[in-house]
Design a binder for this molecule. Sequence first.
Ligand code: MRU
Length: 377
Amino acid sequence: MADQYAQAREDNRPPGIPALRWEEPPEGPVLVLLDQTRLPAQEVELVCTDAPALVEAIRSLAVRGAPLLGIAGAYGVALAAARGFDVDDAADALAGARPTAVNLSVGVHRARSAYHTALAETGDPLLAAPAALAAARQLHREDARASARMAEHGLALLDELLPAGGHRILTHCNTGALVSGGEGTAFAVALAAHRAGRLRRLWVDETRPLLQGARLTAYEAARNGLAYTLLADNAAGSLFAAGEVDAVLIGADRIAADGSVANKVGSYPLAVLARYHHVPFIVVAPVTTVDERTPDGASIEVEQRPGHEVTELAAPQVPGTGAGGGIPVAPLGTQAYNPAFDVTPPELVTAIVTEQGALSPVTAEGLAELCARSRRA
Ligand code: MRU
């Protein structure tokens, strides 16, 4: 076991390809994505020349994670504008590509509003296009700054809740640089603890069915030299029972006005386990993930994904067949229940950490105050 941990620490290479970037080659602007469906085996880039290609990349999870979806959506609007496509059609398609992460529609809305304001002033769609790009770049920078602030606030909270130090943190899904303009949300807090010498171990849930934990969080943990251990999702209970978890840190796709948290399916069972074992359950998310227009958890639309993601071992979908083309792990024709997210009620959440600070206990009033503070900033 010790060798395996040493190996992870030695694998301390510099950060890989950024999750996305805007480029302007002579043939016209493009959005370049690191194809997250191919990680960790291959670092392959996907080049999107129009919004439909980006919509497909979002649906297939080549680009994913709430904050990054917002940034990608904003760049997608900028791409449509710069290439002379119908901006409103592109914006509608992008915003509807996945329903749960509110950041996607927030990012699309920001770039679209900037475009329309500039269009009203100039009357020329091509002169208005740079405004959409400027809005996307601004959102990208803001997210990087928010990520750094969340890491600071999150580490301060961990140190306060766990004064003994040597934090053993359990995380679910992937919340690092692959989902952010910066170093991420929950993962950025674990990274800050690691750099401060206060992370004893990062427990990484594999995150069935698409293995964002095994494929992506383990990839980021290895690259950054964290002491990490991967576990099957259903091993979490015995890990808590053995007293091996000091805190749970997760991200969020949408936080309703009452503090209900939608995140990768499997988050809610962790919250229940954490409560039973008296372990803090901490959600780390930028204020852009708080949706004041969604009143409660029951109002959050949870994305239902195709059954083949459960009945076959992860593999890209075979276009037009409805099949995954992966290795079958269930009899042909088996029906599967495959919600992409679940919702954790606010009473199970110890704290929500945002760039505006940590909120604990989680109340509707406290969240509204955080949002108001963010608007004033
Ligand atoms: O389906 P995914 O991979 O897009 O789901 C991502 C998650 O659930 C993340 O935990 C969430 O977006 C928070 S990322 C900061």
